[in-house]
Design a protein around this ligand. Structure first.
Ligand SMILES: NC(=O)c1ccc[n+]([C@@H]2O[C@H](COP(=O)([O-])OP(=O)(O)OC[C@H]3O[C@@H](n4cnc5c(N)ncnc54)[C@H](OP(=O)(O)O)[C@@H]3O)[C@@H](O)[C@H]2O)c1
Length: 485
């Protein structure tokens, strides 16, 4: 069946850096549906040829030696450009005509990808509806919406309402590209395709869970955007909560969109809301030194570039097991990792001093990026040193185990949209509930100013107090830069 993908924001960064390279890779692997057309829409005037030439250059730059000129020449004819302005109704009428010329209209699947600034989402949706482009009489119509989806629960709800005026929920694909990562999907495989992990994946064996998304970079040129957004909106509402849901959810009855998303939503519903008093004790916020001097950032900015949040999941599986989430910019290294910290044995028969640290206990480390793999830490006897114990590692690396390059998340996600599979996309209730967890923290930070915003030195693991904060009850951050070679 013919497929037309319309990208709004065709001259933008996301299109050139992620979307088109992913589409090119899919085409090279023979996975793009037969007769796929990609139609770019933005105001910049390009001919088809000029858009193709500009994308050839950017794709070559981003893919490096994975770019093949011959393969690109075969792919490029699928690219078409239509100059238009989101604010102009007649430009959507023209787009409609152009699409009908290209795909004939009848029977073609059309996918609309919103890769513009979020303030345009509502307008694009309305204009798609008004111009008949969302009409499913002649074939399936789907819409892909980039993050951020709203800036709080209220705006997310309003956007959902606007989207639902035109599209049914089954037609809507809200992207969180973390869910397209092989390693994130592998968490579900690790848990639900093996029988040895699930029996210990609960409050009886797990002491706590740590989820870290650390970035080495600073805000750079995104200062003006970032100062309005901050770490909680940028990272927690989407990526960190998605990782928490994937780690904490129950097994879905089938690996199907509704079943998977039902289980994820149950986790969000079980997260205990934080009162202002709890925010003061169970969260930390920091700002890296030098942030206020970044272009576009207010000189007295209170925006957090680091946060740590302790969440409780009030259900039978996780009662009493804290989930520590942290993320920051200007950290030691770029790493995304989940640590399942198991309990210590009930008694240490080798003597209290046998381990090098009283905190030593089994850990399962799931490394999401940049190195992808899993590490299991367990106690071993150090040879020739009496009964001295040390943590050793069993390691699995995707790179070592499987040949070839790990696909970009966008490849998988685009393919899923083309095939109508929404399992790896956020549902309307999911985004609203996720905002419902983040909003009270932001409100309390603003109203009570507690906890105090701490200025931290770049290239470390955030504020120094973060260590002391977690070092209660024998807990320590797993401050290890990508552990898997
Ligand atoms: N960049 C990333 O890596 C990334 C990652 C995750 C999510 N996202 C999300 O993806 C979205 C796009 O980000 P981006 O970085 O690609 O933004 P960007 O580089 O600023 O691109 C914005 C696009 O919107 C178009 N546009 C602006 N006003 C328009 C109008 N009135 N009519 C038609 N087109 C218009 C611009 O083209 P013209 O000026 O030619 O009209 C441009 O193509 C954002 O929501 C962002 O949060 C981006």
């Amino acid at each position: 069946m013919a497929l037309s993908l319309v990208i709004f924001g065709a001259s933008g960064d996301l299109t050139s850096r992620k979307l088109v390279p992913a589409l090119y890779e899919l085409s090279q692997k023979g996975r793009l549906p037969e007769g796929t057309r990609i139609i770019g829409f933005s105001r910049t005037e390009f001919s088809d040829e000029a858009w193709r030439a500009s994308l050839a250059e950017s794709t070559a730059k981003f893919l490096g030696n994975r770019f093949d000129r011959g393969a690109w020449e075969k792919f490029a004819p699928a690219l078409h450009y239509h100059a238009g302005d989101i604010n102009q109704a007649e430009d959507f009428e023209q787009l409609h005509k152009r699409l009908t010329q290209l795909d004939g209209g009848n029977g073609a699947t059309r996918v609309y990808y919103l890769a513009t600034a979020p303030q345009f989402y509502e307008e694009i949706v309305q204009r798609l509806g008004a111009s008949g482009l969302a009409d499913e009489v002649h074939g399936p119509r789907r819409i892909v919406i980039e993050k951020p989806f709203g800036s709080d629960a209220k705006t997310a709800r309003r956007l959902n309402e606007a989207v639902h005026q035109v599209f049914k929920e089954q037609q809507v694909y809200r992207i969180d590209h973390y869910l397209g990562k092989e390693t994130v999907q592998n968490i579900l495989v690790l848990r639900f395709a093996n029988s040895i992990f699930e029996p210990v994946w609960n409050r009886n064996y797990v002491d706590h869970v740590q989820i870290t998304v650390a970035e080495e970079v600073t805000v750079g040129r995104r200062g003006a955007f970032y100062d309005q957004t901050g770490i909680l909106r940028d990272m927690f509402q989407n990526h960190l909560l998605q990782l928490l849901m994937t780690t904490a959810m129950e097994a879905p009855v089938r690996f199907e969109a509704e079943a998977v998303r039902d289980e994820k939503v149950k986790v969000l519903r079980a997260i205990r809301p934080l009162s202002a008093a709890a925010v003061a004790t169970d969260t930390l916020r920091g700002q890296y030194q030098g942030y206020r001097g970044e272009p576009g950032v207010a000189a007295d900015s209170q925006t957090a570039t680091f946060a740590a949040v302790k969440l409780a999941v009030d259900n039978w599986r996780w009662q009493g097991v804290p989930f520590y989430l942290r993320s920051g910019k200007a950290m030691s290294c770029r790493t995304t990792q989940i640590v399942i910290q198991f309990r210590r044995p009930p008694t240490m028969v080798f003597g209290a001093g046998a381990s090098s640290s009283v905190c030593d206990a089994n850990k399962l480390v799931i490394q999401i990026q940049p190195a992808e793999g899993i590490q299991l830490l367990f106690e071993t006897k150090v040879p020739d040193q009496g009964m001295r114990l040390r943590l050793s590692e069993l390691e699995f690396s995707f790179q070592r185990e499987f040949s070839g390059v790990m696909p970009e998340a966008y490849e998988r996600l685009l393919l899923d949209v083309f095939q109508g599979d929404a399992s790896l996309f956020a549902r309307a209730d999911e985004v609203e509930l996720a905002w419902g967890i983040v909003d009270p923290i932001l409100a309390a930070w603003q109203e009570t100013r507690l906890p105090k915003l701490e200025i931290y030195e770049p290239n470390l693991w955030g504020p120094t107090s973060a260590g002391a904060w977690i070092e209660t009850q024998c807990r320590q951050w797993f401050d290890v830069c990508p552990v898997i070679a």
